[in-house]
Design a protein around this ligand. Structure first.
Ligand SMILES: NC(=O)c1ccc[n+]([C@@H]2O[C@H](COP(=O)([O-])OP(=O)(O)OC[C@H]3O[C@@H](n4cnc5c(N)ncnc54)[C@H](O)[C@@H]3O)[C@@H](O)[C@H]2O)c1
Ligand SMILES: [Zn+2]
Ligand SMILES: [Zn+2]
Length: 363
């Protein structure tokens, strides 16, 4: 089968003939129909690194074509979405419903020494996040797959596995936003827009979005922002304090740069919470005033994958999409072929492109 192989840092995505093993145990063979380009894959391919050669891609939607002997949760013909949340289902965190904190995620992939899922020229290929979605087919543990209705188109479905779980999940699961509460979304990128959708579903009273590009703020309004603030041309802390009458209940940081995160903390009202989701660089972080935090009972929380339970949340968001209550179509700015991933990432640098999705898997 064809897969876009990353051969080393900075070497991009090159389509090659790659061999996929037969499914064993809980593995599921998925015919990939759509594969989203997320920033994290590019980070791995350009500076974070890993084991190369690799097949990256972790926003994947497709159809089940074969199941391993132990698979019970999906059937051939099911339409599925993969997620990079890897969980065993048996550790204390999994049993407590916090699968995103699983203590034994490695149980979802093949052990070292076992034949690899993917190989190229006889050499093993790194099966990134147990998904490797930049390929015609993928072998994925059944725990990493959420089932979606057949009516759901594949391109928006692919976004469910990472950007939607993260953005909407931060609002609905991590912060548990209640109706009438005030929400600030810092960073109107693809993930931030799903936080706006999540805030609408929660019935937030006010949804304020900050960014440094007017085009993105305009798009944020279309997604449901009630107020937008360009933090380059006005002071976002002052603006939020004024709009909320003293400070916000929830601030979601999708930017992850020290000065921006500090502003986020200053935007909090009494009892408010700041949620850290984005990371712009390795020095991302925050110094918190203990005096303010304790006087006003404020909190700061890091959020991994929107505290999501993928088996529950992927079908839920699919249903919200099909009911017209979650806008995903406007996040799919461009559909490309498997051999155009480098160009796709280039296009993402342009402020008007929200997400690029591979939907032509034939070349
Ligand atoms: N925590 C997790 O589990 C998780 C999962 C997926 C993605 N992420 C992270 O979430 C972040 C957001 O992802 P994305 O795809 O939306 O990225 P993106 O680059 O599309 O969005 C970031 C936005 O922040 C804006 N921005 C930059 N500086 C700003 C400032 N000073 N004030 C306000 N806005 C500013 C940019 O213009 C851009 O619109 C990324 O860092 C990504 O790695 C985290
Ligand atoms: Zn991602
Ligand atoms: Zn577990």
């Amino acid at each position: 089968m064809k897969a876009a192989v990353t051969k080393g840092l900075g070497q991009g995505f090159v389509v090659e003939d790659v061999t996929l093993a037969e499914p064993t145990g809980h593995e599921v063979r998925v015919e990939v129909r759509a594969s989203g380009l997320c920033h994290s894959d590019l980070s791995v391919a350009t500076f974070l690194g890993g084991e190369f050669p690799a097949v990256l891609g972790h926003e994947v939607a497709g159809v089940v074509t074969e199941t391993g002997p132990d698979v019970t949760q999906v059937r051939v013909g099911d339409h599925v979405v993969g997620s990079l949340i890897q969980y065993c289902g048996a550790c204390v965190n999994c049993l407590a419903g916090r699968t995103y904190l699983c203590e034994r995620p490695e149980t979802t992939v093949r052990a070292p020494g076992e034949a690899p899922r993917l190989s190229w020229n006889g050499e093993p290929v790194w099966n990134f996040s147990g998904l490797s979605g930049f390929a015609q087919e993928a072998l994925i543990h059944e725990n990493q797959l959420g089932v979606i209705p057949e009516e759901m188109p594949f391109a928006p479905a692919a976004l469910l596995g990472c950007g939607v779980l993260t953005g909407a999940g931060a609002v609905l699961n991590s912060a548990n936003v209640r109706q009438g509460e005030t929400v600030v979304v810092m960073g109107a990128g693809g993930v931030g827009m799903n936080a706006v959708s999540g805030a609408r579903l929660a019935g937030a009273g006010r949804i304020i979005v900050t960014d440094i590009e007017d085009g993105k703020l305009e798009r944020a309004r279309a997604f449901g922002a009630t107020d937008v603030v360009n933090s380059r041309t006005s002071d976002p802390v002052e603006a939020v304090r004024e709009l909320t009458g003293g400070g916000a209940d929830h601030v979601f940081d999708f930017v992850g740069a020290r000065p921006v995160t500090a502003q986020g903390f200053q935007m909090l009202g009494r009892g408010g919470g700041l949620y850290l989701i984005g990371i712009a660089g390795t020095d991302a972080g925050i110094d918190v005033s203990a005096l303010s935090a304790l006087t006003y009972s404020q909190k700061v929380q890091g959020v991994y994958m929107g505290s999501s339970h993928l088996k529950r949340d992927i079908p839920f968001y699919a249903s919200m999409y099909l009911q017209g209550r979650m806008n995903l179509d406007d996040l799919v700015s461009q559909e490309i072929a498997l051999d155009e991933i480098d160009a796709g990432y280039e296009a993402l640098k342009d402020g008007t492109t929200a997400r690029v999705v591979v939907t032509d898997l034939l070349r």
